[in-house]
Design a protein around this ligand. Structure first.
Ligand SMILES: Nc1ncnc2c1ncn2[C@@H]1O[C@H](COP(=O)(O)OP(=O)(O)OP(=O)(O)O)[C@@H](O)[C@H]1O
Ligand SMILES: Nc1nc2c(ncn2[C@@H]2O[C@H](COP(=O)(O)O)[C@@H](O)[C@H]2O)c(=O)[nH]1
Length: 189
């Protein structure tokens, strides 16, 4: 299915702890994007709010939604709904979503090319645990997350996204913001 929509979606996917959520917040604050809020069965982190960070679901309510795609990631379910995407695009014509690479590949397959761009965010493996620690994840959460099949798979750009994704290394945050801004200006304006 190549669904044609009004507006354009920027997908952030990539390495665990690479800064996808941080970059999403930057785009919301500085580039007029609206966030596509996704659903998860993962427990809330400190400071997360239902309906802002995610729609937090239980294992029954999760399966009552109309998903464009859903995945299992490190032992929890995640899914993005058609309604969420359409609402976010209707708001300002440009929307941003954070997905794992499997979800990103599904969007690329399902949406028309003019409606979607993908940014794959990277950091070296050696600093991943430090980034997750900085966010407040516990040592056991970090171990479980980085040992998961999905986190290992997302260490590199999958074949399905080759030549489809802008690869963005996120070391010095202010330089990353500059590069992302330039990419958005070239792609959306
Ligand atoms: N360039 C950077 N330099 C230093 N710290 C950073 C940088 N970018 C993000 N961070 C910090 O790294 C931590 C992880 O970032 P974030 O939660 O945005 O990653 P993520 O890719 O969304 O993670 P996950 O894959 O687990 O969903 C946060 O504490 C964030 O503030
Ligand atoms: N395919 C999807 N991936 C999603 C969705 N919502 C979030 N994610 C990705 O899951 C992992 C883990 O997220 P976290 O918040 O627990 O750190 C990360 O890669 C997200 O990008 C979704 O709806 N679909």
């Amino acid at each position: 299915m190549m669904e044609r929509l009004k507006g354009k979606l920027l997908i952030l996917c990539g390495v665990p702890g690479s800064g996808k959520t941080t970059l999403q917040n930057y785009l919301l604050a500085n580039h007029g994007f609206t966030k596509v809020i996704t659903h998860t069965t993962r427990p809330k982190r400190v400071g997360e709010i239902n309906g802002i960070d995610y729609y937090f679901e239980d294992k029954t309510s999760f399966f009552t939604k109309n998903y464009l795609e859903s995945v299992s990631y490190a032992g929890n379910y995640y899914g993005s709904s058609y309604e969420g995407l359409k609402q976010a695009l209707q708001a300002k014509g440009r929307a941003v979503i954070v997905l794992d690479t499997k979800g990103a590949a599904t969007y690329v397959a399902k949406l028309a090319p003019e409606n979607v761009v993908v940014v794959f965010v990277k950091i070296p493996r050696e600093i991943q645990a430090k980034r997750l620690q900085k966010r407040g994840d516990s040592p056991s959460q970090i171990k479980q997350r980085l040992a998961s099949q999905e986190a290992k798979r997302d260490q590199k750009l999958p074949k399905a996204l080759e030549n489809q994704a802008y690869e963005l290394e996120n070391l010095d945050l202010s330089k990353t913001y500059q590069k992302l801004s330039a990419f958005v200006t070239a792609t959306f304006e």
